[in-house]
Design a protein around this ligand. Structure first.
Ligand code: 5AD
Ligand code: SF4
Length: 433
């Protein structure tokens, strides 16, 4: 008999991508599932949701409608992730075709609830940190590993503390063990995941050996066979000198850093409860550049936060101009339930926010074009991790740039020096030297 088929759609961040791998691993513990991209073939359909902005949440219910239409008889539908945590049983009330709802912090309960009709598990106190998930990785060459779950901040725009609960640091021996296993299976690169990775070590549930993020990085870099360490995301507030010195000097740490700005205005940063000022943010970026001029810096920016004036927005543009972020993830502010900012008066009209977003993105595109054009003829060390069509293989440089090179399977898992032969906004073409 052929094994059951799973159709899984993942929205949101890297944390969710890893949660989907955990979901697949948990299912496989009970019985083997094969992944399918065809809805009508699936025995189980899962949508792993995001609730950080309103759009993906409203999309959920239209998607459930599509699933209902195309699913085969007897196929189950599960809603997991942040919107599952946030809406809970209301999802089943609104869409009774949904068989189960499993919150972002409850993945390890999956095998217990999968056969219960209309089960809902969204406990936020549930501690999945001593987890013992099975091994499942979409890409064996690069492993994602959680170092913490939840969030201990209270940024006034953000729903995440309400969907993923309080922050818990995962014991370092579990992290090291998981990375060693991944390395044995062929991974040379690890991506450490946490809502605020450099807050690591503040919230252990046990009295085991404690380390902070810098110490954890040092420990991980001692793992034989591991060549590259990435992490996402550090919080600007916790970017102390010791951490930045380790980032710059440890050869295994990739020289790419995501530093979420959110706003360049100190006034708005205060209203967002981010805990830093424009000057602190600029100072931390300056320090990165001093210690590590080759590092690429990326960021997240929200425009149209309540009360954002033209001067506030000009501060954001000013930070963009000074730091010249290589990647920019920019969003229009979206009021979220359970957040303080959704109650603020002075919400910004949509047209104003849209205009600012366009302006910000346009300027960033110009900066990105200049950065990418300046790469022509340069050499980068590229780790190849994905086969592409047309005889191409792709990989990332140490500083996170996407490369396409002519090549086949034997390059997978290899690190090679590549000279840039063609530049474009999203990726670089090159030849191995
Ligand atoms: N509206 C718009 N963007 C948001 N983000 C988080 N909450 C909101 C919101 N309410 C953005 C932040 C965060 C990224 C993951 O999503 O920039 O860093
Ligand atoms: Fe990730 Fe935040 Fe979306 Fe949850 S709400 S999936 S933590 S981006």
């Amino acid at each position: 008999m052929s094994c059951k088929k799973l159709y899984i759609e993942t929205l949101g961040c890297a944390m969710n991508v890893r949660d989907s791998e955990h979901i697949i691993a948990e299912l496989n513990k009970k019985e083997p599932y094969e992944l399918t991209g065809e809805l009508n073939k699936a025995d189980l359909i899962i949508i792993n949701t995001c609730s950080v902005r309103e759009k993906p949440v409203s999309k959920l219910f239209s998607e459930i409608g599509v699933f209902r239409k195309y699913k085969k008889d007897g196929a189950k539908i599960g809603v997991t992730g942040c919107t599952a945590s946030h809406l809970g049983k209301d999802i089943i009330k609104r869409a009774p075709v949904v068989d189960f709802v499993l919150g972002a912090r409850n993945v390890s309960k999956l095998s217990k609830i999968i056969d219960k009709k209309h089960a809902v598990e969204i406990d936020l106190d549930y501690d999945d940190s001593n987890y013992n998930f099975g091994e499942y990785r979409t890409n064996p060459f690069k492993a994602m590993v959680n170092i913490s779950i939840g969030c201990d901040k209270s940024c006034t725009y953000c729903i995440v503390p309400a969907t993923r609960g309080d922050e818990v640091s995962i014991p370092s021996d579990l992290i090291i063990g998981e990375i060693k296993k991944a390395v044995k299976s062929g991974a040379k690169e690890v991506m450490l995941l946490g809502q605020n990775v450099n807050n690591y070590g503040k919230h252990f549930t046990s009295t085991d050996k404690k380390s902070n993020f810098t110490e954890l990085l040092r420990e991980i870099s001692l793992i034989d066979g591991l060549e590259r360490i990435r992490f996402t995301s550090p919080h600007p507030l916790h970017m102390d000198d010791e951490f930045l010195e380790e980032f710059a000097s440890n050869p295994k740490i990739c020289k790419q850093i995501h530093i979420p700005l959110q706003s360049g205005s100190t006034k708005l940063l205060k209203e967002m409860k981010r805990g830093y000022t424009k000057e602190w943010f600029l100072n931390r970026c300056k320090k990165v550049r001093e210690l590590c001029p080759e590092a690429s810096i990326s960021t997240d920016i929200i425009v149209g936060f309540p009360n954002e004036s033209e001067e506030d927005f000009a501060d954001t543009l000013d930070v963009l101009e000074r730091v010249r972020f290589e990647q920019l993830f920019s969003f229009k502010y979206s009021p979220r339930p359970h957040t303080q900012a959704s109650t603020y008066s002075n919400q910004i009209p949509n047209e104003v926010a849209s205009k600012r977003l366009t302006k910000l993105q346009k300027r960033h595109t110009e900066i990105l074009d200049e950065i990418m054009d300046s790469q022509m003829g340069k050499t980068h060390s590229v780790y190849f991790d994905e086969l592409k069509s047309g005889g191409k293989i792709s990989g990332r440089s140490d500083d996170g740039k996407l490369f396409f090179v002519d090549g086949s399977e034997e390059l997978l898992g290899e690190i090679k020096d590549v000279k840039v032969t063609k530049t474009s906004r999203g990726a670089l073409d090159g030849t191995i030297i």
